[in-house]
Design a protein around this ligand. Structure first.
Ligand SMILES: NC(=O)c1ccc[n+]([C@@H]2O[C@H](COP(=O)([O-])OP(=O)(O)OC[C@H]3O[C@@H](n4cnc5c(N)ncnc54)[C@H](OP(=O)(O)O)[C@@H]3O)[C@@H](O)[C@H]2O)c1
Length: 273
């Protein structure tokens, strides 16, 4: 899949509509990729951004329940946790974390939530030839996306994860959750030394705004450390720019979304390409 999506596919009376709930919504790129995937795979579905404030979320979900050609929806900041309260069931990691990024409407009208962010990120690394088993990862962040990534990394047999987060309590909580589910994993909290990691991941929202500080300084990492992003707007964040100038291999945030699009389309529309 290219990273420059073409325009929205044709829409007709049978088109399934998949809203993307976001607030704000101006920065979202998922609809372009989702619609390109549907177009290329003959799936009659279209994603549209819905700019929904937290106060408007219950009404939006009530509308979704009633609109019959909405088979499911996708959620991004700031709704990923709150939407779980509206789900009847949570599947896989969503149940453990209380965070989901996609909801499916079942035949009986119930809503099931699932989290795909971590899977998308890990698949993106593996597809680009970055192995994970036995390796060490420095992870900045302990929010929804960082948590999903941490669990998928642990499930992919990484040997050690160092978590750095502004709110230390959240980092500690994530570390404890990981240790409970993956007793063999070595978990380090706010590690002072960072040169021992094979992969360093920005799992925070830092980089979205030009004035943001960097989550860590890539020049303090080893030269052969892979520097990976979750932020995909801008395409090359200041972190990736600095790492690239420093001669390190970079892995862009956009890979995480292009890899998980197939999963999101299948989960929300029930149709595989
Ligand atoms: N590429 C993709 O497919 C994809 C998909 C979804 C999201 N994303 C990206 O992932 C980012 C994070 O999403 P999320 O759902 O995890 O958000 P979240 O749950 O709100 O977590 C935000 C994280 O960023 C940290 N943070 C925010 N502002 C900070 C600051 N000024 N200084 C230090 N740390 C700061 C937070 O630290 P505290 O815990 O201390 O608040 C927290 O760890 C989004 O902004 C988006 O760009 C990418």
């Amino acid at each position: 899949m290219s990273v420059n999506p073409p325009p929205t596919p044709a829409v007709n009376g049978r088109t399934a509509v998949v809203p993307l709930l976001a607030y704000p919504s101006e920065h979202v790129r998922t609809p372009g990729f989702f619609n390109q995937h549907c177009s290329e795979h003959g799936i009659n579905a279209v994603m549209v951004p819905w700019k929904v404030s937290p106060a408007g979320l219950p009404a939006a979900i009530e509308a979704i329940r009633r609109i019959e050609n909405i088979p499911g929806f996708v959620i991004t900041i700031p709704h990923k946790q709150e939407v779980c309260r509206h789900c009847d069931t949570l599947e896989g990691l969503a149940e453990v974390m209380g965070v989901c990024n996609a909801v499916r409407k079942n035949a009986d009208g119930t809503l099931s939530g699932r989290m795909h962010d971590g899977q998308g990120f890990v698949q993106g690394l593996l597809e680009r030839g970055i192995p994970l088993a036995g390796r060490s990862v420095l992870l900045a962040g302990a929010g929804g996306v960082a948590t999903a990534i941490a669990f998928e990394l642990a499930g992919s047999q990484v040997g050690r994860i160092g978590i750095r987060n502004r709110s230390v309590d959240k980092a500690r909580e994530l570390g404890q959750q990981l240790s409970r589910h993956f007793p063999d994993l070595v978990v380090e909290l706010n590690p002072a030394r960072v040169e021992g990691y094979d992969i360093a991941v920005n799992g925070t929202s830092l980089g979205l705004h030009p004035e943001d500080p960097m989550p860590f300084d890539p020049t303090t990492l080893r030269q052969d450390t892979v520097v990976a992003e979750v932020v995909m707007q801008p395409d090359i964040t200041p972190l990736l720019q600095r790492a690239s100038e420093n001669g390190q291999r970079i892995h862009k945030g956009v890979h995480m979304v292009t890899t998980q699009i197939r999963l999101l389309v299948e989960f929300t529309t029930g149709q595989a390409g």
